[in-house]
Design a protein around this ligand. Structure first.
Ligand code: ATP
Ligand code: MG
Length: 199
């Protein structure tokens, strides 16, 4: 039997409800059996001083996916040394699953504009199918993609939520309840993440 495996890559600093909503919507629309959330170890296109510790991001990801039996979290990218490249992750998953899985990489429309700059961008489409979800402020069109026929564009209910918004709200003392799962909000308070001056 072939598993239809969704892959949610991201920094997840922190994971929020739109990440979960997107995964759920992609699972429903594409008939995915599972979705694995893989926090990036060293997101090389972001300034490392602005990124929280990988273990904190992984802990929050695990808490967020726990209630949904279709979802899981993977340490694959945090345990790999060096900068995090999606192409390495897809190759590793291919090695692990062989022909037993079809891979669907799920991303937001903001990624459409930058995926051409990813490491070995040209080989990505050999390794997975790509699913791009609508995101406020970004056009959902596959014009300049090196991926061509390996792309599905998916309209999901659009919310203006981002991890940046969550971090800003925490640093300003504003509530984040209902924007992130409760256990993630509790973790952020308990660990003192994103407080004013922490970044
Ligand atoms: P940051 O603001 O720190 O960049 P983020 O909210 O964009 O965080 P990431 O971890 O950078 O979250 O993104 C992981 C994936 O989730 C990316 O594919 C991104 O496009 C997607 N994503 C995040 N927020 C949304 C949203 N509100 N709508 C659609 N896609 C989203
Ligand atoms: Mg982002």
């Amino acid at each position: 039997m072939t598993v239809r495996l969704g892959i949610m890559g991201g920094t997840f600093d922190p994971i929020h409800n739109v990440h979960l909503l997107k995964a759920s919507e992609a699972a429903h629309r594409l008939g995915l059996d599972e979705v694995v959330f893989i926090p990036a170890g060293s997101p090389w296109q972001k300034d490392p001083r602005g990124v929280s510790d990988a273990e904190e991001r992984y802990a929050m990801t695990k808490l967020a996916v726990a209630p949904d039996p279709r979802f899981s979290a993977s340490r694959m990218e945090i345990d790999r040394a060096g900068p995090t490249y999606t192409v390495d992750t897809l190759r590793e998953l291919r090695r692990l699953y062989g022909h037993r899985a079809r891979l669907y990489f799920i991303a937001g429309a903001d990624v459409l504009g930058s995926i051409g700059t990813w490491h070995e961008a040209w080989s990505l489409k050999e390794l997975a199918h790509f699913v791009f979800c609508s995101r406020q402020g970004y056009e959902l069109a596959d014009g300049a993609l090196p991926l061509r026929d390996r792309v599905t564009l998916l309209h999901v209910p659009v919310w203006e939520i981002s991890s940046t918004v969550i971090r800003r709200r925490v640093s300003r003392g504003q509530p984040i309840r209902y924007l992130v799962p409760d256990p993630v909000a509790d973790h952020i308070v308990r660990r003192g993440l994103y407080r004013a001056g922490a970044h």
